[in-house]
Design a protein around this ligand. Structure first.
Ligand code: NAP
Length: 249
């Protein structure tokens, strides 16, 4: 098991891509902290699925956008488990709308959850990683942060911001053998994309060379790679998981 004895924390691990990441890391041997904010039943379901495959996990509720909540809960995880070796900043929300009508609140909540959340959680775990001289931080970005999307100026800005955060953190932490990378999914079948109308989904597929939307497991496989020692010499990078719809650099 390549992540044996490792403690991982996945924000937004209760549903969708986060749940698949929890299962992947647990299947590789890590003990996985499943974070959620509003949906305890879904977090419980993730834990049950982990246990069904013989893995280990625990549930931790906190709002990634709330500095005090993050600090108190991550401190408790470190007190209980000794460290956090792998942090996956996956929690994310959308509050879509054309910019002319977008409320300041919709801007703030998307930036606070998707971007500030990654800053706060990373800050809360980095000391324990620095002490151990090993760590993995993986930020879940989006193709929208690279190509933009009308109706998502808040989300596009937050996800593009994650790229800058990732690169700067990668430089700061490289000396302590902590790598920081992004995974940028394209369109993945989850609750977040469930609401898309059939014709919108068809139009999206037409832009995807591989011809289908992705699955949470497609994203989780890349996170598993970046979490392991197989990616020792990779930092500050973005791995695009999008069926070819954007061939980034
Ligand atoms: P999802 O199904 O809507 O799940 C969102 C997850 O984030 C849930 O576990 C939710 O917890 C959690 N969450 C939301 N706000 C939170 C907060 N303030 N604090 C802690 N947890 C919070 O989303 P998804 O589609 O799996 O997306 C996961 C990540 O991938 C997001 O960062 C998203 O932007 C990104 N992404 C998704 C797609 C896609 O096509 N689906 C494409 C590109 C990027 P609760 O269950 O408690 O609500």
């Amino acid at each position: 098991m390549i992540l044996d004895k490792m403690i991982a924390l996945v924000t937004g691990g209760s549903r969708g891509i986060g749940r698949a990441i929890c299962l992947k890391l647990a299947s590789l041997g890590a003990t996985v902290g499943i974070n959620y904010v509003a949906n305890p039943e879904a977090a419980q379901e993730t834990l049950q699925q982990i246990e069904e495959i013989g893995g280990k996990g625990f549930i931790v509720r906190f709002d990634v956008a709330d500095a005090n909540d993050v600090q108190v809960n991550i401190k408790e995880i470190i007190n209980t488990y000794g460290q956090v070796d792998i942090l996956v900043n996956n929690a994310g929300i959308t509050r879509d709308g054309l910019m002319a009508r977008m409320k300041e609140d919709d801007w703030d909540s998307v930036l606070d959850t998707n971007l500030k959340g990654a800053f706060l959680c990373s800050k809360a775990v980095m000391r324990t990683m620095m002490k151990k001289k090993w760590g993995r931080i993986i930020n879940v970005s989006s193709v929208v942060g690279f190509v933009g999307n009308g109706g998502q100026v808040n989300y596009g800005a937050a996800k593009a911001g994650l790229t800058g955060l990732t690169k700067s953190m990668a430089r700061e932490l490289a000396g302590r053998n902590i790598t920081v990378n992004c995974v940028a999914p394209g369109y993945i079948v989850t609750d977040m994309t469930d609401g898309l109308a059939e014709d919108v989904q068809e139009a999206l597929k037409a832009q995807i060379p591989l011809g289908t939307l992705g699955t949470p497991e497609d994203v989780a496989a890349s996170v598993g790679f970046l979490a392991s020692s197989d990616s020792n010499y990779i930092t500050g990078q973005t791995l695009h998981v999008n069926g070819g719809m954007y061939m980034g650099h």
